[in-house]
Write a protein that binds this ligand. Structure first.
Ligand SMILES: Cc1cc2nc3c(=O)[nH]c(=O)nc-3n(C[C@H](O)[C@H](O)[C@H](O)COP(=O)(O)OP(=O)(O)OC[C@H]3O[C@@H](n4cnc5c(N)ncnc54)[C@H](O)[C@@H]3O)c2cc1C
Length: 647
């Protein structure tokens, strides 16, 4: 056997190897370290991508076949197995050590309480008491020494074996010495008593220190809280804060589609904290969110027919925010909604409530009846009628638009929809049909009823105009061309060669088809105001209610999710003493305008956008119970005193 050039650093380092493996080759610590390094490079969590990738969201996002999560290869090699065991053990030990350290730090932090002031004060008190005790002990020792000194002086009576002096001078000396001795003794007793008292006081102070610290902490917390604008005026002077009296803003979210649920979930996450008892929950001043949804509870989260292409950065963001790894490109809307809903319920607990079956038609009325401070409107593209949009200043403009032939295919005769979806189907159709701009996209369907959707678009207006609608294609046909003929009759000939080429590739059967208008659409403004009584309440458009791109681009929802994440992050929704007015959403409006300017297909020329920039919003009157801010705008609540209920 080759001599080793490196020995394990210490017996401690070697321990796990000795326990787990008797293979001498593996006892080289450096080898294990190499293995550990490789193991630590393996991705453990998705990272927050941070920046919005505008180019990606402005363009098209294609669907991807979900990749099965890589399974760990099972190795039969004994050495490799042993090495893995060693790595695992070392990792576990490191993890346990880290955990113990964190726990100790947390405990120390908890003990430290509110900060250096209190800590320093306690330290000084302890020092003072200890110094006092030491002084008293020193006094006692001095007295003892004095007594010893007096006692050690030769007694003339003892020395000479004589009676106590009888002469007047000797007697006076004797009395004086006796007095001296007695004084020294009483001084000693007094000093000893004092030392005992000081010791007892120091001991008692130590015992009481913890409860004293807690009382101080609670007092400071109450005092800080009483100064915060969230606490209503009448409660400020009271010694104890009534948590139910904290002012909370009320936010209505209309529409529990993916965007509405995402907004509700992010709001709850933003205002989550760990209270004094170590329990994660909503902050006492977190805004109250009420979600309204037109669909019934049974019909919610059931849209399995729409599959969404999600870019890798969007997936990473969603995984990170929902603390899951469930997002894949091409997942149905229903699953996205369900994941958001579950996470929201987990974070907000009892407060995650949806008013199912509530179709909101008048946002101002909703605002008045629910006393909401803000409405986030995420009810989809056609949820507001035109006159109302006009009144609010968020009329929709249709930009570039084109007709798409949508084929619904029941069966692919053995072919795999995911594989076909990742293939280039446009090339063959372009060549056969001699339409250079023709594009074909295939989206996997859903179990049972639909194997896939096939979108054919990019046809010139002349070709599209040549089609004359004959009737509905509702009876499933054996080929794409037959189904299209049902729709436009003999005028389908222009597209026939392209459809036949496609048929060869996808081998579709059970086909129906229809025309769908796919367009860019955009509201005039993202931030509007509702006039409710004498107040102006922000009315914020989110998701498809604000704008979007043709469905085949696959990026509409991706962009909405990023936009909403930034909005929730940048705006303070908790009560901070000032009014929640439309001006707070200015950045959201600005980014929206910038997006319209950047993408020409929205057909919003720059000059029009500049004209449309919102005029300075009138400042709404303050509520009577609103007290002007007395603290900085960014507030953070102190920890709640131990054991105190939040509400
Ligand atoms: C076929 C197709 C494919 C698509 N593919 C992709 C893709 O691959 N990638 C991508 O990024 N995007 C894609 N999209 C776009 C994406 O589906 C939408 O952008 C997304 O669904 C918008 O979500 P939303 O929550 O804003 O609106 P919606 O999904 O429309 O949800 C609105 C919700 O509000 C409710 N509601 C409506 N009116 C009211 C009311 N008055 N009161 C109360 N509640 C109300 C509705 O019931 C619904 O639950 C596709 C769209 C389609 C049609």
């Amino acid at each position: 056997m080759e001599p080793r050039d490196r020995e394990p650093a210490s017996s401690q380092d070697k321990r796990p190897l000795e326990e787990d493996s008797d293979d001498p080759d593996l006892q080289d610590q450096s080898e294990v370290e190499d293995l550990l390094e490789i193991a630590s490079e393996a991705p453990t969590d998705t990272s927050w991508p941070g920046e919005v990738d505008e180019a990606e969201l402005d363009g098209e996002i294609l669907i991807e076949e979900p990749k099965p999560r890589p399974k760990k290869k099972k190795s039969l090699d004994a050495a490799a197995l042993a090495a893995r065991r060693v790595c695992k053990r070392l990792r576990q030990e490191r993890k346990a050590a880290r955990k113990a350290k964190r726990k100790a730090e947390a405990k120390a932090k908890k003990r430290r309480g509110f900060g250096a002031d209190l800590e320093a004060f306690l330290e000084k008190t302890r020092e003072r008491l200890e110094t006092k005790a030491v002084e008293a002990e020193a006094l006692a020792a001095a007295a003892l020494m004095a007594e010893a000194e007096v006692g050690s002086r030769p007694n003339p009576k003892d020395r000479l074996g004589l009676e106590p002096p009888r002469s007047g001078v000797d007697l006076r000396g004797f009395v004086a010495k006796t007095r001296e001795r007695l004084a020294a003794r009483s001084e000693l007793e007094r000093a000893t008593e004092e030392a005992q008292r000081a010791k007892a006081a120091a001991l008692a102070a130590n015992v009481d220190l913890e409860s004293f610290r807690k009382e101080c902490q609670a007092r400071i917390a109450q005092r800080l809280l009483a100064k915060m604008p969230q606490i209503r005026g009448s409660e400020r002077d009271a010694g104890n804060i009534n948590w139910a009296c904290i002012t909370r803003r009320r936010i209505a979210i209309v529409g529990a589609g993916p965007v509405g649920l995402w907004a509700a979930m992010l709001l709850a996450q933003k205002y989550r904290w760990t209270d004094g008892t170590g329990c994660a929950r909503l902050r006492p001043d977190a805004p109250e969110v009420v979600l309204f949804e037109a669909r019934s509870m049974e019909n919610h989260c059931t849209r399995t027919d729409i599959r969404i292409a999600l870019s890798s950065s969007t997936r990473a963001m969603l995984d990170q925010q929902t603390k899951s790894r469930s997002f894949t490109s091409g997942m149905p809307v229903a699953e996205i909604e369900d994941t958001f809903l579950r996470r929201w319920k987990k974070v907000a607990g009892q407060e995650a409530r949806i008013g199912y079956g509530s179709e909101i038609s008048d946002p101002a009325e909703l605002c008045q009846s629910g006393q909401f401070d803000c409405i986030l409107w995420a009810a989809g593209r056609r949820s507001l009628d035109d006159p109302l949009r006009k009144d609010l200043g968020c009329e929709v403009k249709i930009g570039d638009s084109q007709r798409v032939v949508v084929f619904q295919v029941q069966d692919l005769q053995g072919a795999d929809a995911w594989q076909l979806g990742s293939m280039d189907l446009s090339g063959a159709a372009q060549q056969a049909g001699r339409f250079p701009g023709l594009r074909v996209m295939l989206r996997p369907g859903f179990e049972g009823a639909c194997a896939c959707w096939l979108w054919v678009f990019g046809l010139s207006s002349e070709v599209l105009e040549s089609f004359v609608l004959k009737g509905a294609s509702s009876t499933p046909r054996e080929t794409l061309a037959e189904a299209f003929e049902d729709l436009v009759g003999a005028t389908s000939q222009a597209l026939k060669p392209a459809l036949e080429a496609l048929q060869q590739r996808v081998r579709a059967s059970g086909v129906t088809c229809r025309f769908v208008e796919a367009s860019y659409w955009s509201a005039d403004h993202a931030v509007c105001q509702l006039s409710v009584g004498d107040q102006l309440v922000p009315f914020i458009l989110l998701g498809d209610a604000l704008g979007g791109k043709p469905f085949y681009t696959g990026s509409t929802l991706n962009r909405h999710l990023w936009d909403v994440a930034t909005l929730i992050d940048e705006v303070e929704f908790a009560y901070d003493g000032g009014p929640l007015d439309a001006a707070r959403f200015a950045m959201y409006e600005r980014r929206y305008m910038e997006c319209l300017r950047r993408i020409p297909e929205f057909q919003r020329p720059r000059s029009i956008i500049l004209q449309a920039l919102p005029k300075p919003m009138p400042v709404p009157r303050q509520r009577v119970d609103e007290i002007p801010p007395c603290e900085a705008k960014t507030l953070s609540l102190p920890a709640i005193p131990f054991g105190r209920p939040l509400m």
